[in-house]
Design a protein around this ligand. Structure first.
Ligand SMILES: NC(=O)c1ccc[n+]([C@@H]2O[C@H](COP(=O)([O-])OP(=O)(O)OC[C@H]3O[C@@H](n4cnc5c(N)ncnc54)[C@H](O)[C@@H]3O)[C@@H](O)[C@H]2O)c1
Length: 268
């Protein structure tokens, strides 16, 4: 009889922002299934409480725009888990539906605070912990390499009307991913981006609901996709889990699109 293989993410401690809903919740569930310990961070206290419980899940109410909350969340997580984080998924994000001529500077600042600055700020406070894991790994002591996965969007490449300035913030996430990948490569910390296309979450439902005829809007969105459907959060989570794993040990500074083929379709 052959022994069960060791779960792929056994020994990894991974923080996920925006973990309470949608892609973040699917990622949390998949990482737990693959053997990781997960530190789930979100502002949505009620939804956090509904995540599956277990000895490898630690939840913290935390806003990615608040530096003090991030610092204490990572410090507390290290104490609770007994080991620093080895991976980070910067997933928290908000959609934006504004007119460039009418949007206020406060509204602009809020979108950028969560969708772009939050990615940097969370990485900043995760870094001391990631660094200590990376140096243990290079000394052959601790488990595995350290890495960051940033959730950008298909809007970094293609966009639709009425979503100003989401595309600008998400384009920034791709640039930030490349910069961090270069800066952290000498320490063995990998940084990659995943760009989901339309994915079945509350964020996409909100867009359908905003259309005059939401059913026909949804039909034409599905028809536009080469796979004739949009993705499920679990399909995005699979790519995130791969990038965090040692199977992706040679991948850094890359962007992976999970968009049911939409990004390669020429409208004709
Ligand atoms: N759903 C899609 O089609 C799609 C497509 C492209 C990119 N994305 C990106 O994927 C990520 C997840 O999207 P989703 O569809 O799962 O969204 P969602 O709205 O279902 O979940 C987002 C989560 O982020 C949390 N959050 C929001 N602001 C926060 C903050 N300041 N601090 C901490 N947590 C915060 C929310 O509470 C929520 O739990 C986002 O970055 C989004 O831009 C989604």
């Amino acid at each position: 009889m052959t022994a069960d293989p060791q779960p792929e993410l056994d020994g990894h401690v991974i923080a996920v922002t925006g973990a309470a809903n949608g892609i973040g919740a699917a990622t949390t569930a998949l990482l737990l299934e693959r053997g990781a310990t997960v530190v789930a961070l979100d502002t949505d206290r009620e939804a956090l409480a509904e995540l599956a419980t277990g000895t490898r899940l630690f939840t913290h109410t935390c806003d990615v725009t608040a530096e003090d909350q991030l610092q204490s969340a990572f410090e507390r997580a290290t104490r609770e888990v007994g080991a620093p984080v080895s991976g980070l998924v910067n997933n928290a994000g908000v959609a934006a539906y504004f007119d460039a001529a009418e949007m206020t500077t406060d509204q602009w600042d809020r979108v950028f605070a969560v969708d772009l600055k939050g990615v940097w700020l969370t990485s900043k406070h995760a870094l001391p912990h990631l660094r200590s894991r990376a140096s243990e790994a290079s000394a052959g002591a601790g488990p595995r390499s350290a890495s960051i996965v940033n959730i950008a969007s298909i809007h970094a490449r293609l966009t639709t009307t009425g979503m100003f300035p989401y595309a600008a913030a998400k384009s920034g996430v791709i640039g930030l991913t490349r910069s961090l990948a270069l800066d952290l490569a000498p320490e063995g910390i990998r940084v990659n981006a995943v760009s989901p296309g339309w994915t079945r979450t509350a964020l996409v439902q909100e867009w359908f609901d905003r259309q005059d005829d939401s059913e026909s809007a949804e039909r034409s969105v599905l028809d536009a996709h080469p796979l004739r459907r949009i993705c499920d959060p679990r399909e995005v989570a699979e790519v995130i889990a791969f990038l965090l794993s040692d199977r992706a040990s040679g991948v850094t500074g890359a962007e992976f699109c999970v968009d049911a083929g939409l990004g390669v379709r020429f409208a004709a």
